[in-house]
Design a protein around this ligand. Structure first.
Ligand code: C2E
Ligand code: CA
Ligand code: CA
Length: 678
């Protein structure tokens, strides 16, 4: 080769983007290196040529492996190798070495190609993907159809779905079904339009548990600017949500008792008022002041006082309907909101229950502690329409109560209060009235129309109050029904009446005894057993008793009633529907509940014999009863004309002043004696 040509060739090699060196295989000394080689290694050519190349290697172990490989295979292809540059930095290069002959010597020709930048990019990518993979947030990449292409580890940890389970699915995998479809519509609208979407999603894990995520979903564009993927970055915020709801709970509830506090109570009262406004019903607001806590604090310490408050609030809560609100206003002040009732007086039952509960002692640290409560009551809409005003009025009403006095509740409105106090007075004197022999059972004859033959009697309760004199059942039965007093009272009436009727049946051969029963008695299935026991004790045959109930019982939500009525009837005791045609009559009742007798209310009887217009009504009732194979008794028959018209209409049993007023047992004994057998 000509010298000039060689020089030209070497000059070209110097410009090559690849560093080239040639070293002698025998001793490893470099025979030639191009300028690119020296530039890459950062060492002057003069210090490369004539010296061994191995000092440029960083990794000695790698170098030995390469030497060994070269010895065996005669070449090395594309191995990434770090080289030490003279300034101490590292050059990452792709190294290839091929064995060759150079003149008459065996040489190794080496090419090095700078890959530092590529390596750095790769490193950055690796770092990035490790970062994404290990990020504490969930990362998901989908294609434009929403198919999942990538999820990171946090996704699996949070959702419970493995990577393989998620890839190829859509994010609907996590759908809880609890989010409004509008949320997803908005999300897709944003991201398909090229903008980010942020929001909170309630999702479901593989195990079914719900969790909350804060999500940012962004479109990812390719080089041409069109959307190629979607990226969702989501943070599990379930704990934060829990915390928030705990905070909210704390802000709205009393710490000690967990009851709603004043803030929430006001809110609930507002809602109750709005509901009552729509339904035309009444809301009663009670302020309950718990007395005696101070004493507990003084004698047993504050912890004991707190425990007493908690016990009290739990008892009151149990005495209330679920839909009503019990709140703690302050230390010993509670608020009760009773909604959805027809009249303020109906809330008295709850006041009674609370006061009854208060009479029971509370056991604190092994000691029996007695508390007492005073209740002030006020009603929407009568006493006000504003929550604050109502609470203030209820408060004002508590000041009428006397501390420590049992049964202490007062209404804000003077008229309501008067009536309530009158009922209270009746209630307290009703207790023990039987024992004090103030009660009597009167009997009113039931006769056959026309012949006026004595068929039986209705038992009617009479009370002679030591001060008030005769108190009618219409006044005291509702009061007794509001407390549990009705139960012993009814038991007593039934027992007396059965004993008396047994005597009359013996005298007359047969006798029908009608006894009134209150809805309250039908809460407990024991009623049937009690009736059977009473019948047996008295000796009155079962078929002689007729149980009178009103439509009120059938209306009530106590489903026990039907079971109990059916059971009673299964023992051959007859059932009679009283005051038929008043109130809530529904033919449906008559079909669902099988009655033997229907009593036409006095109001219909009264019209019979008057203007002809109302006759058809009584007639229709009688007709219907006949169609259902029921006996009919007309109540409150006072005139012969009523008797005649009703008999013409097909009613054959009658009760009323025309045939006899309710009378004491001795008078009825005399009546029976006068009637004689047959
Ligand atoms: P009720 O069951 O409808 O009883 C009939 C009522 O009509 C009785 O009133 C009776 O005295 C009255 N009455 C009877 N014939 C005539 C009449 O010709 N003209 C008029 N104007 N009235 C007549 P009383 O005895 O005052 O009883 C009122 C209500 O008290 C009863 O209505 C009944 O619902 C209830 N009641 C009475 N005793 C008891 C009882 O022992 N237990 C229960 N749960 N309720 C009772
Ligand atoms: Ca009756
Ligand atoms: Ca009646």
């Amino acid at each position: 080769m000509l010298d000039g040509e060689l020089k030209g060739l070497l000059a070209v090699l110097d410009e090559s983007p690849v560093g080239i060196s040639i070293s002698r295989r025998a001793d490893g000394l470099v025979l030639y290196a191009n300028r690119r080689f020296s530039d890459l290694i950062g060492v002057a050519l003069g210090e490369i040529v004539g010296r061994p190349a191995h000092r440029f290697f960083v990794d000695e172990a790698q170098r030995l492996r390469l030497v060994e490989h070269l010895g065996r295979k005669g070449r090395i292809d594309n191995v990434a190798v770090p080289f030490r540059r003279s300034d101490g930095s590292t050059l990452w290069a792709m190294l290839s070495i091929h064995g060759a002959r150079f003149g008459d010597e065996d040489v190794n020709v080496a090419w090095i190609f700078d890959i530092s930048e590529r390596r750095q990019t790769e490193r950055r990518l690796r770092l990035l993907s490790a970062a994404v993979e290990q990020a504490p947030v969930t990362v998901m990449v989908t294609d434009t159809d929403g198919r999942i292409e990538y999820v990171n580890r946090a996704f699996s940890e949070v959702s419970g779905y493995g990577v393989a389970e998620a890839i190829g699915q859509t994010p609907r995998l996590l759908n809880s079904g609890l989010m409004s479809p509008k949320v997803f519509r908005d999300l897709w609208k944003s991201i398909t339009a090229g903008s980010n979407w942020q929001g909170e999603l309630c999702n479901r894990k593989k195990d079914g548990a719900l969790f909350w995520e804060h999500a940012t979903v962004s479109p990812i564009k390719d080089d041409s600017g069109s959307i190629a993927h979607y990226l969702a970055v989501k943070e599990d915020i379930t704990l934060r949500k829990d915390y928030e709801s705990r905070l909210e709970h704390q802000a709205n509830h009393d710490q000690l008792t967990g009851l709603p506090n004043r803030v929430l109570a006001m809110d609930r009262l507002g809602q109750a008022i709005a509901t009552a406004h729509r339904s035309g019903k009444v809301v009663v607001v009670m302020v309950v002041i718990l007395d005696g806590i101070g004493k507990v604090n003084d004698s047993l310490g504050f912890k004991a006082g707190d425990a007493a408050v908690v016990t009290f609030s739990q008892r009151v809560r149990l005495a209330m309907r679920k839909s009503d609100t019990l709140a703690r206003l302050s230390g010993n002040e509670f608020l009760i909101i009773i909604g959805d009732i027809e009249a303020p007086a109906m809330a008295e039952v709850f006041a009674h229950r609370i006061l009854d509960d208060c009479r029971q002692s509370v056991t604190i640290e092994g000691r029996d502690v007695f508390l007492s409560a005073r209740i002030g009551m006020t009603a929407y809409p009568g006493d006000g329409t504003d929550p604050l005003v109502l609470i203030r009025n209820a408060h004002a009403a508590t000041s009428r109560t006397e501390e420590g006095k049992r049964n202490s509740f007062r209404f804000f409105t003077p008229k309501l209060d008067e009536e309530a106090q009158a009922r209270l007075k009746i209630e307290s004197s009703l207790r023990g009235a039987v024992e004090r022999q103030e009660m009597a059972v009167y009997y009113q004859p039931i006769v056959a129309a026309g012949s006026r033959r004595l068929i039986g009697a209705e038992a009617l309760l009479r009370w002679t109050h030591p001060e008030l004199g005769a108190v009618g059942p219409d006044r005291f039965i509702p009061v007794a029904e509001a407390s549990d007093l009705i139960i012993p009272l009814s038991d007593w009436v039934l027992r007396r009446a059965c004993v008396d009727a047994c005597r009359w049946r013996r005298a007359l051969g047969q006798f029908k005894l009608a006894v009134n029963f209150s809805p309250r008695q039908f809460r407990n299935i024991d009623l049937v057993e009690k009736i059977l026991e009473t019948l047996e004790d008295s000796g009155l045959p079962k078929e002689c008793l007729e149980v009178e109930v009103t439509e009120r019982l059938l209306m009530g939500s106590h489903n026990n009633a039907k079971i109990i009525l059916d059971t009673i009837r299964s023992f051959d005791i007859s059932l009679s529907i009283d005051d038929f045609g008043t109130g809530y009559s529904s033919l449906g009742y008559l079909q669902n509940f099988r009655f033997d007798t229907l009593k036409i209310d006095r109001s219909f009887v009264k019209e019979v014999g008057g203007p002809a217009s109302s006759r058809p009504l009584a007639g229709a009732i009688i007709e219907m009863a006949r169609a259902l194979s029921m006996e009919v008794v007309a109540e409150g028959v006072e005139t012969e004309e009523q008797e005649r018209v009703l008999a013409d209409l097909g009613c054959h049993l009658m009760q009323g002043y025309l045939f006899g007023r309710p009378m004491p047992v001795a008078d009825f004994d005399a009546l029976v004696a006068a009637t004689g057998v047959g």
